[in-house]
Design a protein around this ligand. Structure first.
Ligand SMILES: CCCCCCCCCCCCC/C=C/C(=O)SCCNC(=O)CCNC(=O)[C@H](O)C(C)(C)COP(=O)(O)OP(=O)(O)OC[C@H]1O[C@@H](n2cnc3c(N)ncnc32)[C@H](O)[C@@H]1OP(=O)(O)O
Length: 712
């Protein structure tokens, strides 16, 4: 609701709809009623609108988009129209985050005040829609089309000071916002409101708009990677040079197009899923969950290993204000890491944050930390050795976490006397940038340990997802079938750039081969050597070239590594790189290697369509997701989606692999395609449809119903 009160001649409307004061239907109704009341009352000469509690309205109520309640009268457009055309001055007084419809309300007001800590922006693009309550028409009238395009297509929030310099807010006020807003409102009483209406202004440099749009188009299309909202936002902004009513009509038309597209609900699902993962439960035992399990307090963290991962984790922890003891037995590596950490931490806070960092070369210095995160090389023997030492030196309550990307947590836990305090915390590189934290519970991990790992994720700004223990956990296990199928496509006739192009056109920032070159082709190779699937010199003795343990195997990635082509770091991998450049250039040497391989093994080159590439790479990945749900490794399909959205660059506008499977491809079609491909390639095990998928198609039922994501 919006609470109505008067302070002398000023009517104050305070939106009160926790947690973020979104414009649910009852709020809209209360605002319209309040405005009418203020207009009618001759004693009222000005109006202040603000938010109660933590924030000015943070936008439309996103849940209403799914139910159709967003269009229930009065809709947000009508509220803002009432504000704009009000005969008495309306002042929006902003604190917290004025976002989306909230910011649009402020723009429809005649004056805007903000506290210094306020932030504002139009993030609708992240929800697959546009600022459809006049944001695409009013903002360019204030800041110009170029800045409006930048703000609306990025969805970025700006700070009060920047809003002031852009002419968006009229004044930054210190002290009590209500008092300041009322005093400001009194000072403008009696002044004409006509020239304060942004809707009646013209866009600056309107004659250059087409030029500006043209210049922005290419970059936006490249960045959008298949998402339709960004370019549709631009089209709406372009219409801001028309008379206001005509521009609004165009905005409404484009808004309707986006609202009825499949991408908007997918992105809104992604928004809520990102938050839903905080309500975690043990994948196999739902009785252990975020409500019942209590985390331990973590003030200090030990990090073992100062390589790329250890360094990134340390930066992340320091940025969150935690004390860190970073242990590295190699002095040169330790010094190098400290230098990089210093450089990476922002200038402003570097010295304060660095004072929280202690370096160590001796395990005994980890004695008193609350949790240790091991980030040494991905090798079981080494990890066991580290855990034995940690178990011996740390206080009995210390939680021991491994940053393994796929090794068995139970096997690691078994070398300690505290398996209940061992957990997996899988960070993604670069660890101080990537938001995902895949937390893995072992057979004996206690609820308290799980809760502590999940809470640590929140403290350091991660999106934490709890999963069960299996090789590769959720993310890397699903990725296995994707990369396997990508190399099988090379055997049949595709070239690395064909596969990458198709996957990038689908929306991934990078295809599998460019990704392999970036992270290092030797990472997978070492893993395959460790598993005995290959050796540094080729297949293990008496092993058929194209099979391992009865499964089809493509040795092309091993052959690449044997040539020393380890990716960008060696200037050559699946592609070649000019010195100092990261641009992947197709390399005749690699293409010849693939061609020779095809000849040697009797593969006949054929043309493979982009559609087949996408299906062959992504459908087995999704299929593995069904296996994972079936086995109870992930509790809900949204957990898998969040892992892929935040850790693997899965395009957000498709909602994530499981959402995409169910709501975009359709489970029946997915099953049918997998059946077709598995009939064609009976020895590609990952193409065999999962029993859960078969069952769901046969019996019906939704993925959401499998888990606890009933709110979505
Ligand atoms: C058929 C077509 C017809 C077309 C015609 C249409 C006519 C109608 C016109 C309608 C025009 C509408 C135009 C406007 C659109 C919008 O405003 S869209 C919304 C824009 N705003 C946002 O995207 C903001 C989203 N929220 C946030 O970014 C953050 O929540 C925050 C505000 C910055 C706060 O962050 P933090 O403190 O970290 O809290 P969170 O954990 O993120 O959120 C707390 C809980 O609040 C829920 N929530 C947040 N925002 C919303 C929201 N806008 N609506 C509903 N719910 C919201 C969030 O889910 C959390 O919930 P819990 O997980 O349950 O705690």
């Amino acid at each position: 609701m919006a609470e109505y009160s008067t302070l002398g001649s000023v009517a104050v409307l305070q939106v009160n709809n926790p947690p973020v004061n979104s414009f649910s239907h009852h709020v809209r109704q209360a605002l319209v009623d309040g405005l009418e009341r203020a207009q009618r009352d001759p004693a009222v000469r000005s109006i202040v609108i603000m938010g109660k509690g933590r924030t000015f309205p943070a936008g439309a109520d996103i849940r209403e988009f799914g139910s159709g309640a967003a269009v229930k009268m009065p809709n947000l457009l009508m509220v803002l129209q009432a504000v704009d055309t009000c005969q008495k001055p309306v002042v929006s007084a902003i604190h917290g985050t004025a976002l989306g419809g909230g910011f649009e309300l402020a723009l429809a007001s005649h004056y805007r005040l903000a506290v210094p800590s306020a932030r504002m922006g139009l993030p609708e693009v992240h929800l697959g829609i546009l600022p459809g309550a006049g944001g695409t028409q009013r903002l360019p009238r204030v800041v110009g089309v170029k800045t409006a395009i930048q703000m609306i297509t990025s969805g970025q929030h700006i700070k009060a000071q920047q809003a002031l310099s852009l002419g968006i807010v009229d004044k930054i006020v210190q002290g009590d916002l209500l008092k300041e807003a009322v005093s400001f409102a009194r000072s403008v009483e009696g002044r004409p409101v006509e020239d304060r209406r942004i809707s009646q202004k013209t866009v600056p440099e309107a004659d250059k708009v087409d030029e500006v749009v043209e210049a922005a188009r290419k970059t936006i299309l490249r960045k959008a990677r298949g998402a339709i909202a960004p370019m549709t936002c631009v089209q709406a902004i372009q219409a801001s040079v028309l008379p206001f009513e005509a521009g609004m009509a165009r905005e409404a038309e484009l808004m309707a197009f986006l609202m009825t597209s499949w991408q908007a609900p997918a992105q809104q699902y992604a928004f809520f899923s990102e938050r839903e993962v905080r309500r975690w439960s043990h994948p196999r035992d739902k009785r252990i969950n975020f409500k019942t399990a209590k985390p331990r307090v973590v003030k200090s963290v030990g990090v073992v290993g100062a390589g790329t991962m250890g360094m990134g984790i340390t930066i992340n922890l320091l940025q969150a204000g935690l004390k860190v003891v970073m242990l590295e037995v190699n002095k040169k590596q330790l010094d190098k890491a400290v230098n990089t950490i210093k450089k990476t931490l922002s200038q402003k806070s570097a010295s304060q944050k660095m004072s929280q960092l202690t370096t160590a070369m001796d395990y005994s210095q980890l004695r008193d930390v609350d949790i240790v995160i091991e980030a040494v090389f991905e090798n079981m023997r080494l990890k066991k050795e580290v855990f034995r030492k940690l178990d011996a030196v740390t206080k009995p309550q210390t939680i021991l976490a491994s940053n393994t990307s796929g090794l068995n947590i139970d096997e690691i836990a078994a070398v300690t006397k505290r398996p209940d305090k061992v957990v997996g915390t899988h960070f993604f590189a670069p660890a101080n940038v990537m938001r995902l934290l895949e937390n893995i519970y072992g057979r004996q991990t206690s609820p308290e340990t799980v809760a502590t790992a999940m809470q640590l994720g929140v403290t350091i700004g991660k999106v934490g997802v709890l999963v069960g223990n299996c090789p590769g956990f959720v993310g890397n296990r699903m990725l296995g079938s994707y990369t396997a199928e990508a190399v099988f496509l090379l055997e049949e006739g595709a070239e690395p750039q064909d596969v990458d192009r198709a996957i990038e056109e689908f929306g991934f920032p990078m295809g599998p081969f460019r990704m392999g070159d970036l992270s290092g082709t030797d990472i997978g190779w070492k893993g395959r050597i460790a598993k005995g699937l290959t050796t540094e010199h080729g297949p293990p003795p008496a092993t058929p070239a194209l099979y391992r343990r009865g499964n089809r195997y493509c040795p092309l990635p091993d052959m690449l590594c044997m040539k020393g082509r380890l990716g960008q770091k060696t200037g050559a991998g699946w592609y070649r790189y000019e010195p100092g450049s990261r641009t992947a250039l197709p390399d005749p040497v690699v293409l010849q290697m693939i061609q020779d391989y095809r000849q040697e093994h009797g593969f006949k080159k054929r043309t493979i369509s982009s559609q087949e590439i996408v299906e062959r790479c992504l459908y087995p990945l999704i299929n593995e997701g069904f296996h994972i749900l079936d086995e109870g490794i992930a509790a809900r399909s949204l957990d898998i989606d969040v892992i892929y959205l935040f850790g693997y660059g899965w395009p957000r506008h498709t909602g994530g692999p499981m959402y995409y499977a169910e709501r975009v491809i359709g489970l029946e079609k997915l099953l049918c395609s997998l059946e077709t491909y598995s009939a064609r390639y009976p020895d590609h095990a990952h193409l065999q449809p999962s029993p859960l998928l078969r069952n769901m198609v046969a019996k019906g039922g939704s993925l959401a119903a499998l888990g606890t994501d009933s709110k979505l």
